[in-house]
Design a protein around this ligand. Structure first.
Ligand code: 4NP
Length: 158
């Protein structure tokens, strides 16, 4: 069976998108669906390439039972646009940065916004928690758990 390949994208790939990747992977694993999905994350800038996720995000995620092991990598337009089925940006800047790297309609069609999968929270973006306090990290995790549930439900209903 062909796997659905999902790439979560934020700016630095050390806070929001590696958390989204880890949460989604856990939800998929808990349902025994690991053979149906390939899940990864990337950043639109390569500033933190090779680094583990932000220590604050890892600490908050750990408290909820998520172990983030991903190492930051930059989005690679040459490979990622064709490899992944869904390329999900966390905010409008991420979406624009992705769109700027292609001119192909079939690539544009893969680009989605994370908040479009939210069911409980009515937000238009997953806010960048990097320069804020601890509440920001908790709120991002709330939003990501809600969106990942919505995304998995949508995919499994297809
Ligand atoms: P992320 O957060 O995009 O959720 O990983 C950020 C991480 C690093 C920076 C900005 C946002 N930075 O400017 O280094």
């Amino acid at each position: 069976m062909k796997r659905t390949k999902i790439l979560f994208v934020c700016l630095g790939n050390i806070c929001r998108s590696p958390a989204a990747q880890t949460i989604m992977q856990k939800f998929v694993d808990e349902k025994g669906l690991q053979n149906k999905y390939e899940i990864d994350s990337a950043g639109t800038m390569g500033y933190h390439s090779g680094e583990p996720a932000d220590g604050r995000m890892r600490a908050h995620a750990t408290k909820r039972g998520y172990t983030i092991t991903h190492r930051s990598r930059k989005f690679n337009a040459k490979y990622d646009f064709d490899h992944f089925d869904l390329i999900i940006g966390m905010d409008d800047n991420n979406i624009q940065a992705l769109r700027n790297q292609t001119s192909e309609n079939h690539h544009f069609a893969k680009i989605k916004k994370m908040t479009s999968y939210n069911k409980i929270f009515k937000e238009s973006i997953i806010p960048d928690p990097y320069y804020g306090g601890y509440e920001g990290f908790e709120y991002v995790l709330d939003l990501l758990e809600d969106a990942c549930k919505g995304l998995l439900t949508e995919l499994e209903e297809l």
